[in-house]
Design a protein around this ligand. Structure first.
Ligand code: UT7
Length: 336
C-alpha cells in the first residue's frame, strides 16, 4: 500500500491592502460593522495587471525557496480556482510553462469554488496513493477582486486575493491522509454565483453583471448546518475523534460562522485556524493560507493532526484529515 504526504507549502498575497476604513470611502459601511459581523480587518488586492496565474507562480516560488524543492519532477499540476486568467487555457497550463515544469506533466484547473483546494488535495492524494503520479503540485488561488462588485456592501467587504501551494509526494512508509468526505448540493447553486450570461439555474434568473452575487444569509445557514455533519463524516472515515484533531481549518468565509461551527462540534475555538482577519475571504486560497500562517508562526508542527474543511458555491463542500509531515525548511519565510 502506497501513501502520500504534503512535503512543502508556500503562499503569496498581493502587496496592496484594502482596509475596512478604505471601504468606508467606497460604500455605506463602517469598520465596526465589518469586524463584528465578519472578523475581517483588511484584504489584499491584486494589481490591474496581476492575475491568478501570477499569484500561483509567486506561491510556488515561496514553496521552492523555503523548502529547497525543485518542480522538475512534478508530474501533475492541479489548480483550484474560480477566477482563472482565461476560460481556457487553464491556469495550470500557464503555470507549467512559467515554472519550467516538464511538458510531460498533466495540468488541469478544478472548479469547486471555496471548497476547491480540498477537492484538489483529495484528487492529488488519489493520484499519488494509487501510484498513478509521484509528485503533484496543488495550488488554491483566487483573484476575487477582479469579479467583486464594489457597489455591493454585502459582498465587497468580504473578498480578497491570494494563493497557497503544496507539494503532495508519495510515501512508501505511511499515508498521512486518513479521512475524507465531500459533497455538492446543486439545489443551492443560485445562492452564490458569477455569470455574464442571461441564464437561469433552479428556475432563478441570474444577475448577469460578470460580478460575484451572493445570498449571504442562505449560504451562512447552509454552511453552519453542513460543515459539522461533514466533519463528523471525515472523522468516521478516519476512525478518529475530534479530541485527536490538533487544528481545525475551515474555509475562512466569516469568523461568525467559524464560532458556531466549533460550538456545534464542541471543539475549542482556539484550535481553529483562519486567514480571514488580514486577507478576507480568498476562496480557494483561504485554507492553504491559514495552514501556511500556522506553519510560519510555528503553531502547526509535524506529527499533528489537521482537519481541513472547505465549503462554498455549488453548493460544494469537502474535508480531509491529515497528519502533517513537511520536509525541513531550508530558509526562513519572508513575512506575508
Ligand atoms: O465563501 C463562500 C461562502 N460564503 C459565505 O459563507 C458567506 C456567508 N455569509 C456571511 O458571511 C454573512 O451573511 C454576510 C457577512 C454576507 C452578511 O452578514 P449578516 O450578519 O448575515 O447580515 P445580513 O445580510 O443579515 O444583513 C443585516 C443588515 C442589513 O440591513 P437591514 O436590512 O437589517 O437594515 C444589511 O443591509 O446589515 C446590512 N449590511 C451592512 N451594513 C453595514 C449588509 N452589509 C453591510 C455592510 N455594512 N457592509
Amino acid at each position: 500500500m502506497k501513501g502520500a504526504k504534503i512535503t512543502a507549502i508556500g503562499a503569496y498575497v498581493p502587496a496592496r491592502r484594502l482596509t475596512n476604513h478604505d471601504l468606508e470611502q467606497i460604500v455605506d459601511t463602517d469598520d465596526e460593522w465589518i469586524v463584528q459581523r465578519t472578523g475581517i480587518r483588511e484584504r489584499r488586492i491584486s494589481r490591474e495587471d496581476e492575475y491568478t496565474s501570477d499569484l500561483c507562480a509567486a506561491a510556488v516560488l515561496d514553496l521552492m525557496n523555503r523548502y529547497g524543492k525543485s518542480v522538475q519532477d512534478v508530474d501533475m499540476i492541479l489548480v483550484a480556482t474560480s477566477t482563472p486568467d482565461f476560460s481556457f487555457p487553464s491556469v495550470a497550463s500557464i503555470l507549467q510553462n512559467r515554472l519550467g515544469i516538464p511538458a510531460t506533466a498533466g495540468a488541469i484547473d478544478m472548479s469547486a469554488a471555496c471548497a476547491g483546494f480540498v477537492y484538489a488535495l483529495h484528487t492529488a492524494h488519489a493520484y499519488v496513493a494509487s501510484g498513478l503520479h509521484r509528485k503533484v503540485l496543488v495550488v488554491g488561488a483566487d483573484a476575487l477582486s477582479k469579479i467583486t462588485d464594489y457597489t455591493d456592501r454585502s459582498t465587497c467587504i468580504l473578498f480578497g486575493d491570494g494563493a497557497g501551494a503544496v507539494l503532495v509526494e508519495s510515501d512508501a512508509q505511511q499515508d498521512s491522509f486518513t479521512g475524507f468526505h465531500m459533497g455538492s448540493d446543486g439545489s443551492g447553486a443560485h445562492h452564490v454565483y458569477r455569470t455574464n450570461l442571461s441564464h437561469k439555474v433552479n428556475e432563478v434568473d441570474l444577475i448577469d453583471t460578470g460580478k460575484l452575487v451572493q445570498n449571504g444569509r442562505e449560504v451562512f445557514r447552509w454552511a453552519v448546518r453542513t460543515v459539522p455533519q461533514g466533519v463528523q463524516q471525515v472523522l468516521n472515515n478516519a476512525g478518529a475523534s475530534m479530541e485527536q484533531v490538533d487544528w481545525f481549518i475551515p474555509h475562512s468565509a466569516n469568523l461568525r460562522m467559524i464560532e458556531p461551527i466549533c460550538e456545534r462540534m464542541n471543539y475549542p475555538f482556539e484550535q481553529a485556524l483562519y486567514s480571514l482577519e488580514y486577507f478576507g475571504n480568498t476562496s480557494a486560497a483561504s485554507i492553504p493560507l491559514a495552514l501556511d500562517l500556522g506553519v510560519r508562526e510555528g503553531k502547526v508542527v509535524n506529527g499533528q493532526q489537521v482537519l481541513l474543511y472547505g465549503f462554498g458555491a455549488g453548493l460544494t463542500h469537502a474535508g480531509l484529515l491529515m497528519k502533517l509531515a513537511l520536509d525541513p525548511e531550508v530558509s526562513r519565510p519572508a513575512p506575508l
